[in-house]
Design a protein. Structure first.
Length: 127
């Protein structure tokens, strides 16, 4: 029964994410800000999360900014990490997913599809 409730909630959130109008999204303050990494392959890359938008910095001064239409929050098995799934539009009908795992203890982020690259807030020091 609990699994069914979770599936239904997920379906409702995804259907809501497909609406033309953005949903009211509450992005936690811990996630808001510019995220950078010391990984050499991504030295000129970053992403920024605000309460309403995602900005991806692609190097050479290029960036794209998209409105957040929906946000799903979940847990990660055998971990204290929190999974945040942002949904944002690209084009007339496409909706993209940007998923990050946030570790509240270390205040670090990894992209769900690239867990080997660690991101930190630009304002929190590092190399």
């Amino acid at each position: 029964m609990r699994r069914l409730a979770s599936l239904l909630l997920g379906a409702v959130l995804i259907v809501g994410a497909c609406d033309d109008e953005p949903q009211e999204v509450r992005v936690p303050e811990d996630l808001q800000g510019r995220w950078v990494t010391d990984a050499p392959d991504y030295a000129d890359r970053a992403f920024e999360i605000s309460d309403a938008e995602l900005t991806f910095f692609q190097g050479d001064g290029l960036s794209t900014t998209d409105s957040i239409h929906a946000l799903e929050v979940g847990s990660v098995a055998k971990s204290s990490d929190v999974l945040y799934e942002f949904y944002y539009p690209r084009g007339a009908e496409d909706l993209y997913r940007f998923a990050v795992r946030y570790d509240p203890a270390s205040r670090l982020v990894v992209l769900h599809n690239q867990p080997e690259v660690v991101w930190r807030k630009a304002s929190e020091g590092g190399g």
